[in-house]
Design a protein around this ligand. Sequence first.
Ligand code: PMP
Ligand code: GLN
Length: 380
Amino acid sequence: LESKLPHVGTTIFTVMSALAVEKGAVNLGQGFPDFDCDPKLIDAVTAAMKSGLNQYPPMAGVPALREAIAAKLEKIYGHKYDAATEITVTAGATQALLTAILCIVHAGDEVIIIEPVYDSYVPAIELAGGKPVPVQMTMGAEGYSVPWDRVAAAVTPRTRLIMINSPHNPTGSVLHEADMRALEDIVRGTNILIVSDEVYEHMVYDGARHESVCRYPELAGRSFVVSSFGKTYHVTGWKIGYVAAPAPLAAEFRKVHQFNVFTVNTPVQHGIATYMADPVPYLDLPLFYQRKRDLFRDGLKNTRFRLLPSDGTYFQCVDYSAISDMPETEFAKWLTTEIGVAAIPVSAFYNEPKESGIVRFCYAKKDDTLRLALERLTKV
Ligand code: PMP
Ligand code: GLN
């Protein structure tokens, strides 16, 4: 069989989690919480199962969940999506991204991506026959940012899609209003579409607001907004998320979705719909994670790692150039094996080899886990 993805191996997340288990290291690599979700959410899902809600739901998702999602988007971002025609429930953000790309990208179309980039985007573009066009983020005193002039320069008549991700994995940077205005200027008068990966939408710190594309009507009209309940409700293993898009775009999305997964498991959808009636869990999330970020950053100040900003997500990037000149993957493996703390090399988020001497830690962990990791990192 001729591989459709000849360059793809096992993802770095799987590799580092396996190494962490093998070496008994504290796993700050792969992004997932080491604490459980709210028991009320489990109760809501099991109640749905016990009441017999166990057969196929409608293709686009359980209406009550789509309505809860639409209500949240309107309440927080002021954009009204029609739950019937514009919201689709997906098997996590990964499926949402793949399905969106498959419905948008035709063979030979160019897709602008911003590097470092989440690892699923490029294979998805390649499966659709598209051509990824990477633009690298720049690093300044304020950390990573998107050079919009370079994004504008990368646009050609073949550009079909621009993919953005804020808050950003792995850098922890967030887009601000000026970024959204720059993006508006780039797409105005073109038929370029946008996929906006907002899975960390509820993890923006220091009182800043999340700049969803749906706050910006010119962008919302051409965007697929992707999010994930796995991140918001501490249930990454449930693999459930959604896409919000204007009706004509959502209709095309659903054509692919129905032959991709057809639909997503019923009781979890009902359970989340019930649980979402209370906005407190997602409204409290910024403070919950900001406290963990601060605990982790305060501890790292006593190490030789140089801290980059973490304005959003649950990731903290650090520069280790004062400690070692090893390449990032080698350093991450050394840190896991010899120091007992697993990290993710940021080089894994570039498609051409790129070494910046930076690794990513995940701080979605119990305070005790973070303290144990810090104790070990202080010895480096
Ligand atoms: N996009 C980004 C930026 C992510 O970090 C992740 C999860 N790590 C995903 C998409 C995938 O989310 P899900 O687990 O819901 O498929
Ligand atoms: N998104 C998670 C991370 O960035 C990992 C997801 C996965 O393992 N594919 O760590």
